[in-house]
Design a protein around this ligand. Structure first.
Ligand code: ADP
Length: 537
């Protein structure tokens, strides 16, 4: 019904028609009587509150534009105003959360005035939607809180906590998370999570995720923003279902990028989305870029510290690792020089063996250091040719069995042969490292098992070395493939080593487009697994 045909007042009691100016203004205009019955409703009110004039006129105003939980209070206010009391709302400019026909909150700024008409008192409301202004100030407050959080944080952990809190508090998202990819294990770690007070997260609150099907996993896998409009319907992801079970409906994730690659994801979960998708994604992407820059800056600082530490560790290691075999060689040679003629043949052979063993240790170390230097300068040469992995493994096992002077059972489960296009010398290096580590870190009486076979696709070989030895504490496993890193289980037992073999092994396997991983183990022992393609592309 056009606004001009509206009239105020009780049925039959003619009141002035809605003046043309009120039909034309951009402000929402509505009028109601002392019982709350709507008498007038202009076109702007139709847009603001979602009811047409025909739907609104005659109905009670609190039913139309007051949030369900605030209706009793609104009725009491109207009763007060109707009986001539001052009330809280009349003759003031107010900001108020109104209710839209589609069941969501519309923030408005409004004034309410009253006139005395022949039929009684009439209340007039003029209002305008302030969603955009409120959003702009909410976004600005969020951006400011994130910037301040990043600037004032004294560690990455505090910075992450502040970012998720800013998003949760300022933007009203009930759950917000920051995920970062762990380079070593290719897993995602939740580095900060914020949840509204009293919100119980149950099995949604996991701290580690595999890349792939979950929201952070998807964002990190393809480096783009993802929007899940209905978590309950996202049946692919058990975590989305866990979110739906605790009342979360929608989720948004944006990638965090540093130095041109995706390093993690910023994810928010909520009950509903009040802001338009593109505007929200714009805000999140801006925040994610800020966090990315922060992470990059922090990484550079941490790298500088790490480098200084590595140099110290390197010097300590070289001094220690060179000194021990050198001391053994000089001590034994001095003894041989002084007492050679008094020693039996067996004793002479025994001492010569000590010299040879220690000289070999030095030579292995020199080779490792050279390989590491080539590796760091990108000059580690790979010369692939048709190669039988089984033959290489057998040679490495024979060499380790001959060298091992302790009681170990070494078993292999290998086919006749496994052909692949690879550098045989480099693969032998990997095999020697894994088998000699297994021997070195397994006490007498233990078992070492080496298996290799084609996988189901017939395109890759899965090769594993398992021992029943001292194992590697779970918390240290992520650091294992770092240069010079030695696990506490090895250090505590004073087993010699340089912490270089695995770094070199990983580089060699990666040059063959394969992967090497340390499998998580229940109980003692260690398993390294290599996946390597038989025909690298
Ligand atoms: P190194 O053995 O010379 O120290 P590596 O790079 O080969 O250097 O190994 C790094 C560390 O990983 C070792 O110092 C040890 O703590 C741990 N490690 C490697 N292999 C095993 C194993 N089979 N069992 C237990 N710990 C191992």
């Amino acid at each position: 019904m056009p606004a001009e045909s509206e009239s105020f007042g009780d049925s039959g009691a003619a009141l002035p028609r809605l003046p043309a100016v009120l039909a034309a203004v951009l402000e929402a205009y509505l009028a109601f009587d002392t019982t709350g019955r709507v008498l007038a409703w202009n076109p702007a009110a139709e847009t603001t509150f979602g009811y047409t004039s025909a739907q609104a006129c005659g109905r009670s105003v609190e039913e139309l534009i007051v949030q369900p939980e605030a209706r009793d209070a609104a009725r009491a206010e109207l009763a007060a105003l109707a009986s001539g009391l001052p009330g809280q709302t009349q003759d003031r400019r107010l900001q108020w959360a109104a209710w839209h026909a589609d069941g969501y909150v519309v923030p408005i700024e409004m004034t309410m005035t009253a006139t005395d008409e022949p039929t009684g008192r009439v209340f007039h409301v003029l209002a305008h939607d302030i969603t955009t202004t409120q959003r702009a100030s909410r976004f600005a407050a969020t951006e400011a809180a994130v910037t301040r959080g990043l600037a004032e944080a004294d560690s990455s952990a505090t910075a992450a906590a502040r970012v998720v809190e800013a998003l949760g508090v300022k933007m009203g998202w009930p759950v917000t998370e920051l995920w970062v990819v762990d380079d070593d294990r290719q897993l995602l770690n939740c580095v900060a999570r914020y949840a509204h007070t009293g919100r119980r997260l149950h099995d949604f609150a996991v701290d580690t995720l595999e890349p792939g099907i979950t929201l952070p996993g998807r964002v990190c896998a393809d480096g783009t923003a993802h929007w899940i409009p209905d978590l309950g319907a996202d049946t692919r992801s058990p975590r989305s279902r866990a979110a739906a079970r605790i009342g979360l409906r929608v989720a948004i994730g944006v990638p965090l990028c540093a130095a041109g690659r995706t390093i993690g994801a910023l994810c928010v979960y909520g009950d509903r989305v009040e802001d338009p998708e593109d505007i929200l994604l714009g805000l999140f992407s801006g925040l994610a870029a800020q966090i990315g820059q922060y992470v990059e800056r922090r990484r550079a600082e941490e790298l500088a510290i790490e480098l200084a530490r590595t140099k110290d560790e390197f010097l300590a290691m070289v001094t220690h690792e060179l000194r021990n075999p050198l001391a053994a060689i000089t001590g034994t040679v001095t003894l041989l020089q002084e007492a050679f003629d008094d020693l039996t043949h067996d004793e002479q052979r025994h001492y010569l063996n000590i010299v040879t063993r220690n000289a070999e240790r030095l030579s292995v170390m020199a080779d490792d250091l050279l390989d590491l230097a080539r590796l760091e300068s990108g000059h580690l040469a790979i010369n692939p040719t048709s190669t039988d992995l089984c033959a290489i493994i057998r040679q490495a096992v024979d060499a380790a069995s001959t060298a091992a002077d302790k009681d170990l059972t070494i078993t292999t489960q290998l086919p006749e042969q496994l052909e692949l296009h690879a550098d045989p010398d480099r693969l032998r290096q990997v095999a020697d490292n894994l088998v000699s580590n297994a021997v070195k870190y397994t006490p007498a009486g233990g078992t070492i098992t080496i298996t290799a076979a084609l996988d189901d696709t017939d395109r890759n070989i899965t090769w594993s070395v398992t021992d029943t030895g001292i194992g590697i504490p779970a918390a240290e496993r992520p650091r294992l493939f770092r240069r010079f890193y030695r696990a506490s289980s090895a250090l505590d037992r004073r087993i010699p080593g340089t912490g270089l073999g695995l770094v070199i092994a990983r580089t060699i396997i990666e040059r063959h487009q394969g992967t090497i991983t340390l499998s998580d183990h229940d109980g003692p022992g260690t398993t390294f697994t290599i996946e390597i393609p038989i025909k690298p592309k």
